[in-house]
Ligand binder design. Structure first.
Ligand SMILES: [Zn+2]
Length: 352
């Protein structure tokens, strides 16, 4: 498929980190606003914010440093969130769940509540300005203490339903194994907060299975599940959605190569999957590019397959049913208009 063809299809994105997805021009403006302009050429700034095509996870994570140190004010968060929302809207992403670690954005003068409220206000503005709907996911971090992570969950509870839709667990899953977070997710569960967990990315199959056992209905990456038929059966039985991030997985070596990237095996086993950018700037990608790369290098896609994936992803949004139904209606309208024009969607029967 051509990129232009993919770009115009309605899509949703469920796994996108705010700090990894800001354009360099926006970051420059953020620093200028803070009277602390970046003295870096465009090339140097690009290098600081974008990982090499093949890199270690440590190199990948180093690209976040320059961004995170600028995001400690209401104005900065607003510019950042508007930027990412605009990028997604421009490629027909109808709904974007954007995630971030609130604890990383606090200072003595900028509290967790300040972070949440700045983002909520920014999301309201973004929705008025662009044709996109937004949900916020707050990330607990593996390297943070349990008490810090519980504060993040408390924050999500406070703003749940006011743009905030869920919590996540991110960070190095090899150094900080998933099993250590059992009580954290029991806590989120008691508070009625939905969650996704980064697991089975660079870590083991076991890590993904533990995340499922914790009650996560969505797993960030989850590609290690492809190592085991039993693992895939568990994910299928529990109706787990795998938030796959193809370009990032190839880039960091989480997946060895495109030929073995587990789209086909997951589809054969009827697992629910969706593609995501993870980090638009760090991985130098777009959602359109994710579909394009998979189609070119790994698993043949079609308009029907992409629309079907959009439909699947909509059913897993961490938002209320009303919002899901509205999105489904938009998708159905798109499909019926295409069918009237005799474009290749006459067989899109499963949208009912
Ligand atoms: Zn991620």
């Amino acid at each position: 498929m051509e990129k232009a063809q993919i770009k115009k299809l309605p899509k949703v994105e469920l796994h996108c980190h705010l700090d990894g997805s800001i354009r360099k021009e926006t970051l420059r403006n953020i620093y200028v606003d803070q009277d602390n302009p970046l003295h870096l050429s465009d090339e140097a700034l690009h290098q600081a914010m974008t990982a090499a095509k093949q890199c270690s996870l440590t190199e990948y994570l180093s690209c976040f440093r320059i961004v995170s140190s600028g995001l400690h004010t209401q104005q900065a968060l607003q510019l950042a969130l508007l930027d990412v929302a605009q990028q997604a809207a421009e490629e027909n992403v109808l709904y974007l769940e954007i995630r971030l670690s609130p604890m990383h954005l606090t200072t003595e003068k900028f509290s967790l509540e300040d972070v949440a409220e700045a983002l909520i206000t920014a999301a309201d503005i973004a929705e008025r300005r662009y044709d996109i709907q937004l949900g916020l996911i707050f990330c607990c971090m593996r390297q943070q203490s349990e008490s810090q992570n519980k504060l993040v969950i408390d924050l999500a509870k406070k703003y749940l339903g006011k743009r905030v839709v869920a919590v996540d667990l991110a960070g190095d899953e090899l150094k900080f194994p998933t099993e250590a977070y059992s009580s954290l997710f029991a806590y989120a569960s008691r508070l009625g907060i939905p969650y996704t967990i980064h697991a089975g990315e660079t870590g083991s199959l076991q890590s993904a299975l533990i995340a499922i056992d914790f009650g996560a209905k969505r797993i960030g990456h989850g590609i290690a599940l492809a190592q085991s038929q039993k693992g895939m059966e568990i994910a299928k039985k529990q109706e787990i959605l795998l938030e796959m991030c193809p370009v990032c997985n190839i880039q960091t070596g989480a997946a060895a190569n495109w030929q073995n990237y587990p789209v086909e095996i997951f589809r054969k086993n009827n697992l629910a999957i969706c593609f995501n950018t993870d980090n638009r700037t760090v991985s130098n990608t777009t959602l359109t590019n994710e579909f394009f790369q998979v189609d070119q290098n790994s698993y043949s896609l079609s308009e029907e397959r992409i629309l079907q994936q959009t439909k699947t992803a909509i059913s897993y949004l961490f938002t209320d049913n009303e919002a899901k139904l509205l999105l489904l209606r938009r998708l159905e309208n798109f499909v019926s208009n295409r069918s009237e024009n005799n474009l290749s969607l006459n067989n899109f029967s499963t949208l009912d």
